[in-house]
Write a protein that binds this ligand. Sequence first.
Ligand code: NAD
Ligand code: 6OD
Length: 498
Amino acid sequence: MSQPARAAAGRAETRILNFIGGEFVAAKSGKTFENRSPVDGALIGRVAEAGEPEVDAAVQAARAALAGPWGQLDIARRSEMLYAVADEINRRFDDFLQAEVADTGKPASLASHLDIPRGAANFKIFADVVKNVPSEAFQMATPDGRGALNYAIRVPKGVIGVICPWNLPLLLMTWKVGPALACGNAVVVKPSEETPSTATLLGEVMNKVGVPKGVYNVVHGFGPDSAGEFLTRHRGVDAITFTGETRTGTAIMKAAAEGVRAVSFELGGKNAAVVFADCDFDAAIEGVGRAVFANCGQVCLGTERVYVERPIFERFVQALKAKAEGFKLGRPEDKDTTMGPLISEEHRRKVLSYYGKAVEDGAQVVTGGGVPDMPGELANGAWVQPTIWTGLPETSAVIREEIFGPCCHIAPFDAEDEAIRLANDTPYGLATTIWTTNLARAHRVAAKIDVGITWVNSWFLRDLRTPFGGSKESGIGREGGVHSLEFYTELRNVCIKL
Ligand code: NAD
Ligand code: 6OD
């Protein structure tokens, strides 16, 4: 590997650097922070923390790229370049996999099926979308009888600030960078402080395939009074796309108000599954099991509230319990590992506080509820037991607040309207899953649950052309397919008097 590659991969002896104007750079201040493995607490590397000078340099580099060759590239050439990025990610699949798994501790089997392939696919889908979007045109009559022709053109928004979370680092970052670049923008990415590696590694890919310097930049650091805030406050940033907690979204929206800059937000959720007695029982257990426990419960679309029609309630609780108890916690690289740790000790404290609250609020702990005994060095990792509760009042914080861990509460219901009311009784509105073999009911209930994404008899089945986003406090705007173009381009009307 070249020197930048070792810096970017960031394991063992290495440093993880900022990527600005096509160069891997440390911080002028010399400040760094630790990147530790959630599996066993081992030091993975040290990350160069960007200060205001680095964030400013990244924004300037992005602006310069827009004024340079990148701004001149036609859509066909830009699309080819994004295909090349995807191909290079796939060629370096193992490097990306190793980096993602080291940062997150998630099972390699999961990252190799989900995170890395989607990281590559996110470039191809939007390269295709921009080539195929029609424009709109209107002819109009005028008093002189000659008329006028209106047509719309799309231009890039400019420099996009991309602020990312840690749960699906490459997938969620490229979900924004792919369309941003496809539309001709330049980006400054601020990965989560917990997961700096794959965004940095992508810098090498950009250089390798000849994406002009400054089109893709990465600055590392934290949120408040650090790189996140410096980036969102920077007036050279034209628009901000953010995935993360609703509370952070509120802070970013305040920063974006200066200069009246556009935001696209994918935020938290407290998603419900609604399971009817007429469901395919095994499919429902399999699907709800994935929705609750995949990625150790750290998926924004995941289910933390399960409502089950009373005739199958007891059977469902017992079957999901068996599913939870079947997970094999272990090192990510072990082939039989099916669940990793939480992202950090800090996040574990948060999740365990809800495990405690559940008991205080009178829950029956069906399974789990604590910290598993892990052997050897794994005892230093951020492990928790997959957990199921029943018997909580709907007013409990465990039912109302996003936990973001491998846990759910299961409650019975007796009528369709009751299930809809329970599912909607939350300030969030991201996703839901409905389990039934009654097609009419599926359509009826789907239309009444106030969320951005409804799955019927499935979960996290993604067609990247579809609108993705949240209602209520779960987000602002939709991304995916042509919907991403609404955010990443400015639509201009040209009126020609004939
Ligand atoms: P977070 O909000 O704590 O952090 C996300 C990013 O924002 C990080 O890079 C962080 O450094 C940065 N940040 C924090 N404060 C900031 C500030 N004041 N200004 C600028 N940047 C700031 O979220 P997280 O803990 O990384 O991720 C988990 C959360 O993300 C959960 O709530 C989850 O539901 C949500 N999420 C939502 C979606 C979705 O599509 N709706 C997807 C994934 C995760
Ligand atoms: O699949 C996607 O495009 C997407 N944004 C998934 C988000 C998952 C949240 O954790």
